[in-house]
Design a protein around this ligand. Structure first.
Ligand SMILES: Cc1ncc(COP(=O)(O)O)c(C=O)c1O
Length: 262
C-alpha cells in the first residue's frame, strides 16, 4: 500500500493542506493518508482556528507535537490512528507502547530500565489549564502572529520580502536592505542577502526573541535567478502576545541604516 503524508502545518509557512480534497484522491488509489500535524495538529485544541483542521478525522493516521506550539518539553508527540486495528499493526514491533490487553510492567513502573511517562505532560497541561485555557494559549499565538504580520505588511517589497500570509504560527520573510535593490541576482547577491538575515536573527535573539532560519533553494524563491544554491529565509514562529509588534519594524530600519553606511 502507498502512503501519502500531508502537512497539517508545513515546517516553513505552517500552512495546512486541504485534507478533504487529498482524501478523495487517496480513496481512488487506495493510499494510506497520514496527516503530519507536528505543527498544526494542535489546532484541534483551538476554539478559533480548529476549523482549519476540521477534516482531520479523514486521515488514516495523524501525528502531532505538543512540544511545539503547546510549549511542552521535548519529546511530547502524539500518534493517532483512525481505526484501532490499524494502530495495533503500525506499532506491532514497538515495545515502548503498551497495547490493549498487555501485561507489560511498563504500565505500573517506573523502575530501573523502565520507560518515560511522556504522555503525563500533556495530561497535566490539559488538567492544569483546562481545554479553554489551552485553546486560549494556541489562539493567542496565532493572533499575535497575524498582528505582527499586519505591522510587517506595509514594508512588503520595500524593506522585506513576505513569503506567506500566515495561516497559523509562522510568518516567512527575508530582509532586503535598500542598497540591494536592482542588483543582479547572482551568487554574491544571495550570499549578502543570507548574511542580512543572520544579522537580523542575531539582533532579535539579543533581545530574547527566537526566530527560525531556513535554507531554501534559490530557484524556489527566485525562479529567474542567475545561479543555483540556497538562500536563507526567516520565520517568526510561535509569536507571543507580549512581543512588541513594532520591534521588528524598528530593527528592520536599523539594518537598512547599517547597509546604507557599509
Ligand atoms: C512538519 C514537521 N513534521 C515533523 C517535524 C519533526 O518534529 P519533531 O522531531 O520535533 O517531532 C517537524 C519539525 O519541525 C515538522 O515541522
Amino acid at each position: 500500500m502507498l502512503l501519502l503524508s500531508i502537512a497539517l502545518g508545513d515546517p516553513y509557512s505552517m500552512a495546512i493542506d486541504n485534507i478533504k480534497e487529498i482524501r478523495e484522491i487517496c480513496d481512488e488509489y487506495n493510499i494510506w493518508l497520514h496527516g503530519d500535524g507536528a505543527n498544526g495538529g494542535v489546532l484541534i485544541f483551538s476554539s478559533k482556528y480548529r476549523s482549519l483542521v476540521r477534516d482531520i478525522h479523514l486521515c488514516d493516521s495523524v501525528s502531532l507535537d505538543p512540544h511545539k506550539a503547546m510549549g511542552l518539553n521535548y519529546p511530547t508527540s502524539v500518534f493517532l490512528c483512525r481505526r484501532y486495528k490499524d494502530f495495533n499493526s503500525v506499532i506491532s514491533n514497538w515495545t515502548i507502547i503498551n497495547k490493549k490487553g498487555s501485561f507489560d510492567l511498563g504500565s505500573t513502573t517506573p523502575f530501573l530500565n523502565s520507560r518515560e511517562f511522556n504522555s503525563v505532560r500533556l495530561w497535566l497541561l490539559l488538567n492544569a489549564f483546562g481545554l479553554k485555557g489551552v485553546a486560549k494559549m494556541i489562539d493567542n499565538k496565532i493572533d499575535a502572529t497575524k498582528k505582527i504580520y499586519l505591522r510587517l505588511k506595509p514594508l512588503k517589497n520595500k524593506e522585506i520580502m513576505l513569503w506567506n500570509k500566515p495561516m497559523t504560527f509562522s510568518i516567512l520573510f527575508q530582509i532586503v536592505p535598500h542598497s540591494f535593490r536592482g542588483k543582479s541576482k547572482d551568487k554574491t547577491f544571495f550570499y549578502k542577502l543570507s548574511k542580512a538575515q543572520k544579522m537580523f536573527k542575531k539582533q532579535l535573539e539579543n533581545i530574547g526573541i527566537e526566530i527560525h532560519e531556513f535554507e531554501l533553494p534559490i530557484l524556489m524563491r527566485y525562479p529567474k535567478a542567475k545561479c543555483n544554491g540556497f538562500t536563507t529565509v526567516l520565520s517568526i514562529q510561535n509569536a507571543h502576545e507580549k512581543i512588541p509588534d513594532d520591534i521588528l519594524v524598528k530593527l528592520i530600519k536599523a539594518i537598512r541604516n547599517y547597509y546604507e553606511k557599509n
